[in-house]
Design a protein around this ligand. Structure first.
Ligand code: HEM
Length: 458
């Protein structure tokens, strides 16, 4: 592809002409912040393929607030990079700062009721019904199942043989979703679900094309995607139906049972709503957590002293340190590059008067790499999260405000449980020369070479 042929250097971006080059010194009132004026298709490609070079280059060239234009219709996306900007956006009126619209592309798979796709009153209602399943008490109840699954996974690793930790973490976090979120424990049903779920989470550009142009769904790979989705829905509805009929909901410790339990009254979640939320949790919670874990293992594998410190934490039950490892991995290697809100009314952010229809959001990549937010920002230093120096709205891997990731606590709980099991059993090292860097995979950024590690029993 032509854009793959471009050897991206930061300087090249910086030298290209700005979007409003003609009046770069004096920006007229009401104009958007500066940005490149290349075709929106080019900017979209750069954002999709080379965001880890593109966004920092735009920041260097245009400063703390800049505009990029993306397809369709060259829609403006204004990115903010300072904590006070993030604070303004996260605190914005949810009636004005919509998040659901930007996720509409996920509609065909997640379903119209998905928490990620809703806004305003509908979002408030769904969020209220889902919240109890993600509060501290619920998370503590999930912990032992997560630990059991992590133990089983880790016991299967072959010592001395390098492997892609991302693949193993993906398999593990998927199992966690099936058993801890869906609450499926019946082996026959699990065996039926695994391949269906695996195909569902494999959202590539070809699949996306089929969602954008539904007529394609009669053909080849797109037809297979639709068939797979139908088969998945069938199993999910069967599970939801059986669970509704089960008399032991209150004794069960999984997310679906909790969601059914809060829905005892009239305002509960319908079967379709439950299906949509479960698929949302599957897609939002699986690869994200796996990626953060893979980067954690990679960073520990690079530094024997850090590994030693983390192993001591695992032995002594010092969960705070293990959580700091996960947090620092998410800081240095953001899984999601930015969060966006769509302005339903004009709004002022960072002193910029922005028109209705603008997409705005804090850049997680820049926020996490600013030296004024994180001293020695290039270094992997979990201790920064224990020393109490992380200022509000600087560490924002989970977004913020009323849309802050509902699974933030879940993913940290899961991360700590998994790290504990790995570190109790093994020394972790990088195979010779196994340096890694981020690669864009659909919406998330993952380690290009899968964060390869090698383990040896302790
Ligand atoms: C390292 C792991 C994770 C990362 C980095 C992550 C990141 C994010 C981000 C950036 C958002 C958007 C927030 C915003 O717009 O302000 C989000 C939303 C969401 N996440 Fe996560 N997430 C992770 C794990 C999970 C897990 C484990 C689950 C569920 C089991 C989950 C479920 C969701 C849902 C349902 C939303 C939509 C919330 C709403 O719109 O109200 N995520 N996540």
């Amino acid at each position: 592809m032509w854009f793959e042929l471009m050897t991206v250097t930061d300087d090249r971006f910086a030298k290209m002409k700005p979007y409003n080059a003609g009046f770069a010194r004096k920006i007229p009132a009401g104009a958007l912040p500066p940005g490149p004026r290349w075709p929106s298709l080019v900017q979209s490609m750069l954002l999709m393929r080379f965001r880890h070079q593109f966004i920092p280059a735009m920041h260097r060239r245009y400063g703390d607030v800049f505009t990029i234009r993306v397809v369709p219709k060259a829609s403006p996306m204004v990115l903010f990079t300072r904590p006070e900007h993030a604070k303004e956006i996260f605190a914005g009126d949810p009636e004005v700062f919509h998040a659901g619209k930007g996720n509409a592309i996920l509609g065909p798979i997640m379903g119209e009721h998905s928490l990620l796709l809703q806004d305003a009153a509908e979002h408030r209602r769904a969020r209220k019904l889902l919240m109890p399943a993600f509060n501290g008490a619920s998370l503590r109840r999930y912990q032992s199942v997560v630990t059991g699954l992590a133990k089983e996974e880790v016991a299967r690793w072959a010592p001395g043989r390098p492997f892609r930790s991302l693949d193993r973490m993906n398999a593990l976090t998927l199992e966690v979703i099936l058993q801890v979120v869906f609450g499926v424990t019946d082996e026959a049903r699990l065996a039926r679900l695994r391949p269906l779920v695996n195909r569902t989470v494999d959202i590539n550009p070809v699949v996306l094309l089929g969602w954008g142009y539904p007529f394609l769904q009669r053909f080849g790979p797109w037809r297979a995607t639709v068939d797979n989705q139908r088969a998945l829905d069938e199993v999910m509805y069967a599970e939801i139906g059986e669970r509704r009929a089960a008399g032991d909901l209150h004794e069960r410790t999984d997310v679906l049972s909790q969601l059914l339990a809060v829905g005892d009254g009239d305002d509960g979640l319908s079967d379709t709503e439950l299906r949509d939320q479960l698929v949302t949790l599957l897609l939002a919670g699986h690869e994200t957590t796996a990626t953060a874990l893979a980067w954690s293992l990679y960073e520990l594998g690079r530094d024997p002293a850090l590994l030693n410190r983390a192993q001591r934490a695992a032995d002594e039950g010092d969960d705070a340190y293990l959580e700091a490892v996960m947090k620092e991995a998410m800081r240095l290697h953001p899984v999601i590059p930015m969060v966006l809100r769509h302005l339903m009314e004009p709004a002022t952010i960072g002193g910029w008067d922005l028109p209705r229809g603008t997409n705005v959001g804090p850049s997680i990549i820049i926020s996490h790499s600013r030296e004024d937010n994180f001293e020695d920002a290039e270094a992997f230093r979990p201790d920064r999260f224990l020393e109490g120096h992380v200022e509000p709205n600087t560490w924002i891997p989970f977004g913020g405000g009323v849309r802050r990731c509902i699974g933030a606590g879940f993913s940290l709980m899961e991360g700590v449980a998994v790290l504990r099991e790995v570190l109790a059993a093994y020394d972790v090292r990088l195979p010779d020369g196994a340096r890694d860097k981020p690669k864009v995979r659909n919406i998330t950024s993952v380690p290009r070479r899968g964060a390869r590690i090698v383990v040896h029993p302790r």
